[in-house]
Ligand binder design. Sequence first.
Ligand code: MTE
Length: 464
Amino acid sequence: MSTNDRPPVPAGRLRKAPEGFVSGDLINEICAHGMDETRRGFLRKSFLAAGAALTAGAAGRALAATPAAGAAAQAAQGDPMILQPRPWSTMLGHPVAFHPYGVPSKYEANLQRRQSPGLTQTAQASVAFAPLQGFFGIITPNGLHFERHHQGWVDIDPDQHRFMINGMVKEPKVYTMDDLMRMPSVSRIHFIECGANTGMEWGNAAVPTVQYTHGMLSCCEYTGVPLKVLLDDCGADLKNGKYVLAEGNDGSSTTRTISMEAALDDVMVAWAMNGEMLRPENGYPLRLVVPGVQGVSWVKWLRRIKVGDQPWNAMNETSAYVDLMPDGMLRQYTSIQECKSVITSPSGGQMLMGKGYYNVSGLAWSGRGKIKQVDVSFDGGRNWRTARLETPILDKCLTRFNIDWVWDGSPAILQSRAMDSTGFVQPRYGQLHAVRGTRSTYHNNAIQSWQVADTGEVFNVHVE
Ligand code: MTE
């Protein structure tokens, strides 16, 4: 259906999909789970049918400008939304500080963290996925950061919180929050990805939306004191101390071994996220930030760092976050999140409104450095075009990519393939399966495929 064929949108429903826009049980189900926001994005972005089979780049952009201008001219002639006074332009607005702490518009209420209907969850051991399909740029808003807890979240009084460094150090020390926040601090933007992100896709589950395939991923500016400064302060034995153990203060007592090399590099003991104190569910008042490493090592409600000469082989290092290899052995300490990318728009559960121009957009990241290049295929991996990388492009950080696409209305399979600054190229499922088998749960960085049907519906599909 092109924008020409669509029934007129009744007044007051401008931001909702028109009748008949949604078809199929799957899409209805997805809508119930809140995809309206992104479909609205498509309403805004989709232009009139492009007609000619122009493919890309500047041509695509120039082409888009013409029909968009035409639509604007039509609107000026008859659209009451622009011609008649609107209620909000003839009334007094709300006073300042109406919400002392700002909240999103009520029209954005559908954009939420969500629990996957397909995952077993207990009240406390659970995960809520971030709605990647509704994000712009690279920063995750604090209220939409994904959540993963082994024993629920706690809200700790910062005055009662203590942080200790012990083990192979000259002088074990206990710090208050005030002590820590007096120390020289740094602010850095990094992604955090749970090692289990995209885990459901190992089993060929093809969950419906990018929120559930890739939503254990967030990216924030963190502020804290480098762990190196604190290790120096306690006189850590850097000759014999090869590892540190990070320990949390919640009921799960989550502990993770981290190499001394990483600890002295860019690991941070952080109290702030995106310019404000951490949210309780993300570790308030203190968490470890371990750039490039899987989320479980980013210990929340951090209470202790212990220096030692051996890995600790804690529960979350032996029975979870390990990779079941094809020979039946378990691989331990696969910590670095390898190079990966995903197209977030269009993505599963969304709907293309008609032939024509689309800005295809997504995210790429690597735990080993910067993103160097992202290629996008529209035919299931046969042909590739290089996407535009938006700045900033930072180490161990999400990078936003965009590419022009003129959809001719026929079925298509969209994929993105990232390369990082080490030259590592994100693998196809076939390549990953050849090395890792199919029985893993963790560390899936395979190329994601979204199938666009001729109806415009977008589905998650597996392409080897
Ligand atoms: N730290 C503690 N103390 N307890 C936890 O349950 N969960 C870990 C890690 N740190 C966890 C923890 C896991 S598995 C992940 S993926 C990240 O925190 C999730 O961080 P987030 O909830 O801020 O997104």
